[in-house]
Write a protein that binds this ligand. Structure first.
Ligand code: PMT
Length: 398
């Protein structure tokens, strides 16, 4: 269940920190990749050496390494994580989380995190009962944080009551249950196109576009995370894919992309065509570099490329979902609706170059999803990873 999942294990300063070592072992045994972030007080209870030996990664505690000046980016960590679990979470850490007091690496990462966050509080019974702690717990719940309630029993103070951190085995179960619900694409096959196509003119020149592949790769990662087997047909891009559930096929031209899509379409349940495919390619390819001539103009004759979306639209069966993208500069809605019909799509993801946060190369996108049934669902500008999640949530639920 946790194989390949990226988990941040946050440890704050309480005696229950010793239990985090067991939790770390369980997470690693379950196949997760774990990055430990420990608060300065946490280090008083458990040593980073123990934790790094078990996780196989240096433990992060400070914003930067003093002798090298190397920065630890809380933003990168927040994006890397599929889930974050803070165990033990002390009263002080809960208060900082609830109020956005970002004075250590753990809290800054929490504030940057896009993933699910769990906390396993641990403290003395009166601290747990205190109205301020309970107010912070309520705030965190309404912020979407899952609270793994502490158990009752003898506490470090020898008092008896509620405040013991939940046992590591039960914390693991909560995390596994969360990922079980996220696996809504298990046993599904998804075909995704990404990036530009290059249509060669001669050995050194081509017709292409500015697509970086970021949107398509984010979709591939999202589908693989949710359990799908993904075939990613990618034009020439400089991106890497980390999930081994993604079978990446690199192509250059629209014709090559079309051939690969046709080959893999009949086995897929969902196809999402995010590539910016060149509509035209040079009629002739010059084997040698075209030389600069004395004439001021040269003419390169272009011929239409296959329309991959329309080709797949004709092959589509009742059990398949076909999702296209529309990149528009004007008459956005009308053009997108026309493309749904012409290409026999179930959904189209409209993004407009008029929006500063949308389009080529950006880390963000701003999309509206339109369906053949007439639904129209606009979204705010978000990181492409989050846009990918919105797209998959929408096409699965509607
Ligand atoms: O890669 P990034 O830098 O992250 O940028 C993302 C993006 C802007 C490329 C992406 O969000 C996007 O909009 N992709 C589609 C771009 C496009 O070509 O749109 P279009 O309106 O021209 O095409 C409509 C649909 O038909 C698209 O699904 C396209 O993949 C498909 N098409 C187009 C032409 C063609 N010959 N064959 C096709 O299948």
């Amino acid at each position: 269940m946790l194989k390949g999942k990226h988990i941040i294990l946050g440890i704050s300063g309480g005696i229950a920190a010793y239990k985090s070592v067991y939790l770390l072992r369980l997470l690693i045994k379950a196949g997760a990749e774990v990055q430990v972030i420990i608060t300065p007080n946490g280090k008083e209870f458990i040593t980073p050496v123990t934790l790094s030996s078990l996780s196989g990664k240096p433990v992060i505690s400070e914003f930067f390494t003093a002798n090298t000046g190397e920065w630890h980016s809380h933003v990168d960590l927040g994006l890397w994580a599929d889930a974050m679990i803070i165990a033990p979470a002390t009263a002080s850490t809960l208060a900082k989380m609830a109020n956005g007091v970002a004075d250590n690496m753990l809290i800054t990462t929490y504030l940057s995190s896009k993933s699910k966050v769990f906390v396993a509080p641990a403290m003395d019974l009166d601290m747990w009962k205190h109205p301020s702690t309970q107010r912070n717990i309520d705030t965190l719940k309404s912020d979407g944080v899952s609270i793994i309630e502490p158990g009752a029993g003898e506490l470090a103070s020898h008092l008896v009551g509620k405040g013991r951190m939940e046992e590591p085995e039960n914390i693991l179960k909560s995390i596994e249950q969360y990922f079980a619900c996220q696996q809504d694409l298990i046993d599904k096959k998804v075909l995704i196109t990404a990036g530009p196509t290059y249509e060669n003119i001669d050995p050194v020149r081509f017709i292409g576009n500015y697509s970086s592949g970021k949107m398509g790769f984010a979709l591939a990662e999202e589908c693989a995370k949710r359990g799908a087997t993904v075939t990613l047909v990618a034009g020439p891009v400089g991106l890497k894919i980390s999930n081994d559930k993604v079978n990446r096929i690199d192509v250059v031209s629209a014709k090559e992309m079309c051939e690969q899509c046709k080959e893999h379409f009949d086995e897929c349940d969902i196809a999402i065509l995010c590539a910016a495919v060149a509509d035209y390619a040079p009629k002739d390819y010059y084997d040698s570099k075209i030389k600069r001539e004395k004439t001021d103009t040269i003419t390169i004759e272009l011929v239409k490329n296959p329309d991959i979306a329309a080709t797949l639209g004709k092959l589509k069966t009742q059990n398949q979902l076909l999702v296209g993208f529309a990149l528009e500069t004007d008459n956005e809605r009308e053009n997108a609706i026309r493309k749904i019909k012409n290409k026999n799509l179930d959904w189209i993801v409209l993004n407009s170059l008029k929006d500063l946060e949308a389009g080529f190369q950006k880390d963000t996108n701003k999309v509206t999803l339109l369906s053949v049934k007439g639904q129209e669902i606009p979204f705010e500008a978000k990181l492409k990873q989050e846009v990918a999640k919105d797209i998959i949530d929408t096409i699965l639920k509607n």
